[in-house]
Design a protein around this ligand. Structure first.
Ligand code: NAD
Ligand code: TDX
Length: 357
């Protein structure tokens, strides 16, 4: 049994689905179901008793203690977070609460649980913390890519809260011997991503004939990784990573935002032509994000060299799969936008109190 936090979000849901496709080991999935949590993403697991869903807040120590004691997981995989930079600019408090206090609460509970385990189970236990490249700050055009030893320099409330959580995770290894692993990953894209993030937002706006809002001059650079490749990296780190180590994960796909939007428009022109003209005509340059980091780039040499991990998708193949998924899953998108999926949750998860569903 593994315990996953945030498994109703974008990356967590992709991870849980893939885990249960490829192993028989059960998952207990703890998620608060914020606006970003969507049990509709896990609909295909209905009736699969290897998946136990629990609606709970990771800041609730009692619930976390109870879950660890009840399910006795061999590992905690911590995906839960407030994850959207723009939201963190408008309302940072929730980011500090979930990302810092929530991670601290999990670490405290995991430490108590770890100490209570018999020696052979303690040996195997892992706490895997899923984090971001944004903790390293912003690169200039000629700077080398982020490595695991790049100094932390977070610039947004989101990245500062993730940096705080990373430091706590590190401290629990060095001070208490909790066997932690940390992954710092670049921008993910793929199926099931909430349409507030660049790629699904642009697809959704284009299909609705709405403007495509590019921040600033569109020359900010992100290093894109297909979500399934991130999930395979997490599995590899869980299986073979060394306790106390951090691993940078990235796809070697540095693209400017404008390049990403152009490629998306061209794919949509091919797969779902607009009634007239090209989707590129919808692009609008809008006021920049405050404190907008200029460039992120990941050096994934450590995970590739020491664990043999490789991404399977190029940006071109991954983006095509993503656009095809959104075109084929407009019900999911409309449900997320309208909040309809919550009705599905009410119907299918009658017991949604902070207990075991
Ligand atoms: P997401 O916003 O799609 O999902 C987050 C999930 O966490 C949601 O299901 C939400 O309901 C849940 N959650 C939030 N607060 C909670 C709380 N207090 N208690 C329990 N559950 C709570 O995020 P995502 O994009 O899937 O990101 C997952 C993790 O990966 C995050 O830690 C994020 O920082 C990290 N990450 C994301 C990216 C990316 O590009 N999306 C890149 C690198 C790292
Ligand atoms: O409408 C938009 N227009 C635009 O130009 C949006 C939503 C974004 N952008 C730009 C801002 C960024 O430079 O696109 C880039 C990507 O933006 P987001 O999708 O919001 O991602 P980013 O801010 O880079 O952060 C993401 O990657 C790292 C995730 O949201 C984080 O959780 C992760 O840690």
């Amino acid at each position: 049994m593994i315990l996953v936090t945030g498994g109703a979000g974008f990356i967590g849901a992709n991870f849980v689905l893939e885990w249960l496709r490829s192993t028989s080991e059960p998952v207990v999935n703890v998620d608060k179901l914020t606006y970003a949590g969507n049990l509709g993403s896990l609909r295909s697991l209905q009736g699969d008793d290897r998946h136990k869903f629990v609606q709970a807040d990771i800041c609730d120590r009692q619930v976390v203690d109870d879950l660890l004691a009840t399910f006795q997981p061999r590992a905690v995989l911590h995906f839960a977070a407030e994850s959207h930079v723009d939201r963190s600019i408008h309302g940072p408090a929730e980011f500090v609460q979930t990302n810092v206090v929530g991670t601290f609460t999990l670490l405290e509970a995991a430490k108590a649980y770890f100490v209570s385990l018999p020696a052979e189970r303690r040996e195997a236990f892992r706490f895997l913390h899923v984090s971001t490249d944004e903790v390293y700050g912003s690169l200039g055009p000629a700077d080398p890519a982020f490595t695991e030893t790049t100094p932390y320099a977070p610039n947004s409330p989101y990245s500062a809260s993730k940096a705080g959580s990373d430091h706590l995770v590190r401290a629990y290894f060095h001070t208490y011997g909790l066997p932690v692993l940390t992954t710092n990953c670049s921008n993910n894209y793929g199926p099931l991503q909430f349409p507030e993030k660049l790629i699904p937002l642009m697809i959704d706006n284009a299909l609705s004939g709405k403007p495509l809002p590019v921040y600033g001059d569109g020359q900010n650079i992100r290093d894109w990784l297909y979500v399934a490749d991130h999930c395979s990296a997490i599995r590899e780190v869980l299986a073979n990573g060394a306790a106390g180590e951090t691993y940078n994960v990235g796809g070697c796909n540095e693209k400017s935002n404008l390049e990403v939007v152009h490629t998306l428009c061209d794919l949509l022109d091919e797969l779902k032509p607009a009634p007239k003209g090209s989707y590129r005509e919808l692009i609008q340059f809008v006021t920049d994000r405050p404190g907008h980091d200029r460039r992120y780039a990941i050096d994934a040499g450590k995970i590739m060299g020491s664990l043999g991990w490789r991404p399977m998708e190029t940006f071109e193949t991954g983006l095509r799969k993503t656009v095809e998924w959104y075109l084929a899953n407009q019900d999911w998108v409309n449900g997320v936008k309208s909040g309809d999926y919550r009705k599905w949750v009410e119907l299918n998860y009658a017991d949604r109190s902070a207990g075991v569903a």
